[in-house]
Design a protein around this ligand. Structure first.
Ligand code: KIV
Length: 271
């Protein structure tokens, strides 16, 4: 299916209509102006300024170290590049877990200082009060259940979540609570496809999966992974559309050779 050029600007209402009409939602992460401009121009529905910036932009092992100020810097850059898609920003670890007042003030900073359209935060029942407070201030919220990387030290591993019945039941309960609280969409990360199917068919709001199978209403990937910039990360769910690390290395090696061999710049590349 090609990009619907009729849609001038994607909103949370467009996303809801996509679920209702059966059109799948395509979401990718982005963290800077140049890539946001490219991805938006290609027709992506949603850009997520993910806290995965902590990994792929800053080189941290987990998403925990990234700060609210750093997320705001990334998000403001993305918003300057994205003209058509919906821009959703992750609330980073430590910016909302304290209480709902803290969650709202972090959200207000993101909305005021970046121009983004919505926020995402991880968790179910334990963050419901914060979600309600943010939504009551007029800010759309995307939920995130399953493997929630900000809780990696609780989980101990990045393996598939909710394989056991008790965890699967809690996830289904949490998904209902998030919908009732007013979330406009829900990310399901690394859970069995059958569970994601149950959640997706029982909710009215769209689900967006990453490692959650093909029954979700949309899919999200970390841009650096799908473009093959991060060459060492190859989970089963990842489809790598390019091998950019090889392409970039090749280009850089060629440049080095040209500089050292005197082939660059040529007569036409100077004044
Ligand atoms: O931060 C991120 O990139 C995310 C996606 C993996 C959903 O939360």
């Amino acid at each position: 299916m090609s990009v619907n050029k009729e849609i001038k600007k994607i909103t949370t209402h467009t996303i809801q209509k996509m679920k209702e009409s059966g059109e799948k939602i395509a979401m990718l992460t982005s963290y800077d102006y140049s890539f946001a401009k490219l991805i938006d121009g290609a027709g992506i529905d949603i850009i997520l300024v993910g806290d995965s910036a902590s990994n792929v932009m800053a080189g941290h092992e987990t998403t925990l170290p990234i700060t609210l100020d750093q997320m705001i810097y990334h998000a403001a850059s993305v918003v300057r590049g994205a003209k058509r898609c919906l821009v959703v920003v992750d609330l980073p670890f430590g910016a909302y877990q304290g209480n709902s007042k803290e969650a709202l003030s972090s959200t207000i900073r993101i909305m005021k200082e970046t121009g983004a359209h919505a926020v995402k935060l991880e968790g179910g029942e334990e963050v419901i009060e914060s979600i309600k407070r943010i939504i009551s201030a007029g800010v759309p919220v995307m939920g995130h259940l399953g493997l929630t990387p900000q809780s990696i030290y609780k989980f101990g591993t990045y393996t598939v979540r909710a394989k056991e019945e008790a965890e699967a039941e809690k996830l289904q309960r949490d998904a209902r609570l998030l919908e009732e609280a007013g979330c406009f969409a829900l990310v399901l990360e690394k859970i069995p496809a059958v569970l994601a199917k149950n959640v997706s068919t029982s909710l009215h709001i769209p689900t967006i999966g990453i490692g959650a199978g093909g029954y979700c209403d949309g899919q999200v990937l970390v841009m650096h992974d799908m473009l093959g910039i991060t060459s060492e990360f190859k989970p089963r769910f990842l489809r790598q559309y390019l091998n950019l690390s090889e392409t970039v290395s090749g280009a850089v090696q060629q440049y080095i050779n040209d500089v050292k061999g005197g082939a660059f710049p040529s007569a036409t590349e100077q004044y």
